[in-house]
Unconditional design. Structure first.
Lengths: 275, 300
């Protein structure tokens, strides 16, 4: 495992597109949360700064971060597409790597990138949360921090979908286009032919639904601590999820299953196909 | 056990087809330790496919192969086999050293070996340049450096002199010969006959995926002298020669005969043969047989 990690790190750290895309991701996320914190809606009874207080900041930032998951998926598609374009996967096999190790290496990359995303949301959430909340209340701080792990799972899932596409098609451009189209409009069109009860079980829908849009209105309307504490944060996310028809844990389970299934497909593709 | 030759590679009735085209058809080969084994054939004869199969890159449709006598379709990662198939394959944005570090990790080779192989292939001065800045010949040399990394017992080389200038070709040949002298087993695919003749001890000739001939290079290619002979009664001479064991083949060219001799038949023996059959040769000229023509004869 350590060997695979070292190999992937050499490939990653020296790859300019990796640094550029990750830099873009960092810059766009930071700018967006900064800009949104400057928006001042002066409607009596509403206070958007509530979004930046614990525990809402976790939901809010995880949701914003999920917009940029596309970039992370593109990154993994490019990195893996390169292996086919440069014929380095083939050379790895000749040099003595196992076919399954090709996948393990890229899984490590996915985990590295997802840990970066997790830390980004965690650190910026903490900074804004501390700045906006009056003092640090540990109960509030931890009350909905689980959404960060859900966000982590989501970015892993998106990247695994990207990996599956590029392993199938072997060309990054086609895979990126298909990935974008799959989110919209391919899967939504296919979904529309199915019973509404089945629709939440489609992969892109399930993965996207992990970090639902925060309930802006209700959060903004709660301007006192009393009401904040009274309203269970988990309940709020469930309110958002009810519309999707699946509870959060069900959705986590579903996405985890999808990840496992996709990994099995990728493994069998790698093992069966000629390089 | 000493008298037993150590089997390095055994290929058994291997078949691989791409769609309707049979890339290799029922191919069987054996390579023993210390041999420099040439796989010779025109473009599209199945050389690269054969090497890709034995390196585990593509799956055969039927048949099997085994490295070091281990049966099964796979090769053990512990086996020290270095391989170069078709084009050099490296990360264009990584420097030579970093590219070789990736290879060293995969092969479990020590990093100090990187400098050694870069020096042998005369790329040491470019070690920090990105791979994409190399010329084609340098890229090819880096492939050979990468194959040698970790000092493998077996080297599998597919057209190793592709894209090299004459000096580079001589260098690569030199490297191969030095490795062979160290007792390494080398499997080399080439469509250049002279290359195979100069470095290989054994060879197999492929055409359209079918094995045409295999054996020692000197027997296969350089075997037997050819003569141009003539006599007053040419029909009688031809009839006697056809039935004799001292020649491999005879063909009529106007009123002369082109004779391919078997093994070590000399001009004297040929002359004596004619004399024994009461024929006086009026012409006996040794022919410098071109390897090219012999190769073409084989793949015809």
């Amino acid at each position: 495992m350590r060997k695979l990690l070292n190999i992937e790190l050499i490939k990653l750290l020296n790859y300019r597109s990796f640094r550029v895309i990750l830099g873009l991701h960092l810059a766009m996320f930071s700018l967006l949360v900064f800009v949104s914190s400057r928006i001042d809606i002066t409607i009596p009874g509403f206070d958007t700064s509530n979004l930046f207080k614990f525990p809402h900041v976790w939901d809010f930032f995880a949701w914003i971060a999920s917009w940029f998951n596309l970039l992370l998926a593109i990154l993994i598609i490019m990195l893996t597409g390169n292996e086919f374009a440069y014929r380095t996967y083939r050379q790895h096999l000749i040099d003595g790597l196992d076919r399954s190790e090709l996948l393990k290496g890229k899984l490590l990359v996915i985990i590295i990138i997802s840990v970066y995303g997790f830390l980004l949301v965690f650190l910026s959430g903490m900074i804004y949360g501390l700045a906006y909340s009056k003092g640090l209340n540990f109960e509030l701080f931890f009350s909905n921090i689980g959404i960060l792990f859900v966000y982590f799972l989501q970015s892993v899932a998106y990247m695994v979908v990207g990996l599956l596409l590029v392993m199938l098609l072997r060309t990054p451009a086609l895979s990126i286009i298909l990935f974008i189209l799959l989110r919209f409009p391919l899967e939504p069109i296919v979904r529309s032919f199915f019973n509404p009860a089945v629709r939440p079980f489609f992969p892109m829908k399930a993965i996207g639904g992990l970090t639902p849009m925060p309930e802006f209105l209700s959060i903004s309307a709660e301007n006192t601590y009393e009401t904040l504490e009274g309203a269970n944060a988990l309940n709020l996310s469930e309110m958002g999820l009810v519309a999707h028809g699946l509870p959060l844990y069900g959705q986590v389970l579903l996405v985890t299953t999808y990840i496992a299934v996709f990994l099995v497909i990728i493994t069998s593709l790698l093992i069966r196909r000629d390089m | 056990m000493q008298f037993l030759k150590q089997m390095i590679l055994e290929i058994n009735q291997l078949t691989k087809h791409y769609g309707r085209i049979k890339a290799i058809d029922n191919l069987s080969l054996e390579v023993e330790k210390g041999q420099v084994y040439g796989i010779l054939g025109p473009n599209g004869s199945g050389k690269t496919t054969t090497l890709s199969v034995i390196m585990g890159v593509i799956h055969p449709h039927s048949g099997s192969f085994s490295w070091f006598g281990n049966t099964g379709k796979c090769r053990d990662r512990q086996m020290k086999i270095g391989g170069l198939i078709e084009v050099p394959s490296f990360y264009p944005y990584l420097s030579l050293v970093k590219n070789l570090k990736v290879v060293a990790y995969i092969k479990n080779a020590p990093f100090d070996d990187i400098d050694r192989v870069l020096k042998i292939t005369r790329l040491y001065h470019r070690r920090h340049s990105p791979y994409r800045t190399l010329s084609l010949g340098m890229k090819q040399r880096l492939s050979i450096a990468s194959v040698m990394l970790g000092n493998p017992e077996v080297m599998v080389l597919d057209e190793p002199t592709n894209g090299l200038d004459p000096e580079g070709i001589a260098e690569v040949r030199d490297i191969i010969q030095k490795e062979a002298e160290l007792g390494k087993t080398i499997i080399l695919a080439s469509h250049i006959l002279a290359e195979v003749e100069k470095v290989c001890t054994h060879a197999a000739v492929l055409k359209d995926g079918v094995l045409l001939a295999s054996g020692r290079v000197d027997e296969l290619l350089g075997s037997g002298q050819a003569f141009l002979i003539s006599a007053p009664d040419i029909e009688k001479l031809e009839a006697h020669l056809v039935n004799s064991k001292i020649i491999k083949s005879v063909s009529r060219r106007d009123d002369e005969l082109v004779v391919n001799c078997a093994g070590s038949t000399t001009a004297g023996e040929l002359n004596k043969f004619a004399f024994d059959h009461d024929i006086i040769l009026t012409k006996l000229t040794p022919l410098k047989k071109s390897l090219e023509s012999q190769f073409l004869e084989l793949v015809k």
